[in-house]
Design a protein around this ligand. Structure first.
Ligand SMILES: *[C@@H]1O[C@H](CO)[C@@H](O)[C@H](O)[C@H]1NC(C)=O
Ligand SMILES: *[C@@H]1O[C@H](CO)[C@@H](O)[C@H](O)[C@H]1NC(C)=O
Ligand SMILES: *[C@@H]1O[C@H](CO)[C@@H](O)[C@H](O)[C@H]1NC(C)=O
Ligand SMILES: [Zn+2]
Length: 493
């Protein structure tokens, strides 16, 4: 009897030297993958569209499902009231509560906090989906459904990673906290205030924040160390007191649309250079280290070009292209409100037109400075026209970029986890888009953040036929299991 227990202990010790039970954990994942797909099916079936106020009860139900799932694992789970949302008509409606959970509380262990969201973008079959967007459908190993990749499967994968440790009675290598919200797709209304309020409570013992709300760049796993910010502007030119007929009044008035197009055209050149004075001054220099990362990235220009359906890209080498996608600012003109845009040939002179454009932000741009540069530039260009019309420029969103140090141990742990789960080196990438909450976490909690994506490069986020592949979902769960182990190896700072 005694000898047997000694043997078991020795066996366990020996096993510990080689692994932390990773093989056992991955076997557990493999034998439970149908349940994981079923869990995703249940979550995707909830139309948790945060932009549509008529779906608010579905969103509340979605948050309840998250609570149930986390409580099932025996975590300390809370629903945090983040108040009311004010609607354009002045009425108010309750924001979905933010779900927090905690697994493990050993103060000598590292504590990670996983952020995710379970609200989705709108989707309807009529938008051009091949399947019902809220009925998860497996076609050739791809699981199609709204929110499958953004962000329901990654949230589930994290929960399943914790569950696997528990089921096998392997101690979680770190304390794991969750913060799951339901308003991400409409700007994380109420979340920044909640993070601020819980800075010295829920976040006080958090060492690192993990976000898995983005995707790989190719079929190779990736670690993401930066996102661009965004400054969104409205430029309104107002002229006559009502719309006019071009046959009757054309030639007698200075048209607001002509003014607007004229000034918009002074912001960016055909070759992509931003012409607004001073904007490029704050853009950090492209370092040699960065250049080296870019060389190693797996990215095929031709398939990217084909995927988005253009004949020619703005830059014709990989480094230039990726750099302009991730680490340089850009100006995009999105639309003109008040302009005639219906089919047909109405000969209207619109009385008031409002352009919508945005400038993606990169380190070390400051939205307040950009606001002034853009406003001054447009007013000065407008003044040159000596137009009697009125110009108003407003910045309505000013989201800062986020950048991490890819040499930080969090990223070393990420590389080790990718190696363990996929037996390859990850690409170190950035995102051209904006995840404002990353910057909020960084500014408020001052914790280090890693973005650890499991979504595929072609998942079609926000688009028709969004999907998550079974491969990414299941292997991604194993990656998270490995990451919890690797991040525990970091000496607490
Ligand atoms: C806390 O963790 C340390 C180091 O990982 C371990 O030695 C200790 O036994 C743990 N304490 C409890 C109460 O589990
Ligand atoms: C989902 O799609 C499957 C296959 O087409 C169908 O059998 C099932 O009834 C659908 N479920 C719902 C809830 O619409
Ligand atoms: C890509 O463009 C950059 C900047 O113009 C240049 O330094 C680099 O040599 C180019 N690389 C290749 C492979 O052509
Ligand atoms: Zn998302």
């Amino acid at each position: 009897m005694k000898n047997n227990s000694v043997a078991v202990v020795l066996l366990l010790l020996a096993a510990g030297v080689h692994s932390f039970g990773f093989d056992e954990l991955t076997r557990y994942v493999d034998t439970h993958k149908e349940e994981y797909v079923q869990a995703l099916r249940e979550w995707v079936a909830v139309e948790s569209d945060s932009s549509d106020i008529t779906k608010r009860s579905e969103l509340h139900r979605m948050m309840e499902l998250v609570v149930e799932k986390l409580q099932h694992l025996g975590g300390k789970v809370e629903m945090v009231d983040i108040g009311m949302q004010e609607l354009p008509d002045g009425s108010t409606v309750a924001l979905p509560k933010v779900v927090t959970a905690e697994f493990g509380s050993n103060v000598s262990d590292v504590t990670v906090c996983v952020y995710g969201h379970v609200d989705v973008q709108p989707a309807q079959k009529e938008d051009g989906w091949s399947t019902d967007p809220y009925n998860l459908t497996d076609i050739n190993g791809n699981l199609y459904g709204r929110g499958a990749s953004d962000n329901k499967a990654p949230v589930l994968a994290w929960i399943h990673a914790v569950e696997a440790y528990q089921a096998l009675k392997i101690d979680l290598p770190v304390n794991v906290k969750f913060i799951i919200e339901g308003m991400e797709e409409t700007g994380s209304n109420g979340l920044a205030a909640m993070i601020e309020a819980q800075k010295d409570t829920f976040f006080s013992d958090v060492d690192y924040i993990i976000i898995s709300d983005c995707g790989w760049l190719s079929s190779r796993p990736a670690l993401t160390y930066g996102t661009r910010g965004n400054c969104y502007f409205l430029a309104e030119v107002e002229g006559p007191k009502q719309d006019l007929h071009s046959g009757v009044h054309g030639g007698t008035v200075i048209e607001p649309m002509t003014d607007l197009i004229g000034i918009l055209d002074t912001m960016i050149s055909p070759d992509g250079s931003i012409l607004i004075p001073g904007i490029m001054d704050a853009v950090s220099a492209f370092s040699h280290d960065e250049w080296r990362f870019y060389q190693d990235i797996e990215f095929d220009m031709d398939s990217y070009r084909a995927k988005i359906g253009v004949d020619q890209l703005m830059y014709n080498n990989k480094t230039e292209l990726l750099a302009h996608r991730w680490r340089y600012p850009t100006v995009s003109i999105h639309g003109i409100e008040g302009a005639f845009s219906a089919p047909g040939t109405k000969t209207v002179i619109p009385a008031k037109v409002t352009a919508k454009f945005s400038i993606r932000q990169v380190p070390d741009m400051d939205p307040a400075v950009v606001e002034k540069q853009v406003t001054d530039h447009l007013h000065s260009e407008f003044a040159k026209r000596k137009s009697p019309n009125k110009l108003k420029v407003r910045m309505v969103i000013g989201a800062k970029p986020w950048l991490a140090d890819p040499k930080h141990p969090l990223y070393q742990a990420g590389k080790a986890a990718v190696k363990r789960a996929f037996n390859t080196e990850p690409d170190l990438i950035r995102e051209g888009g904006t995840i404002p909450i990353a910057r909020t976490f960084q500014d408020v909690t001052e914790k280090n953040i890693i973005m650890l994506p499991i979504g595929g490069f072609d998942d079609g986020l926000h688009s028709q036929n969004e999907k998550m592949s079974r491969y990414n979902y299941i292997e991604g769960t194993k990656l998270f299991i490995a990451y919890l182990h690797e991040v525990a190896q970091i000496t607490k700072d």
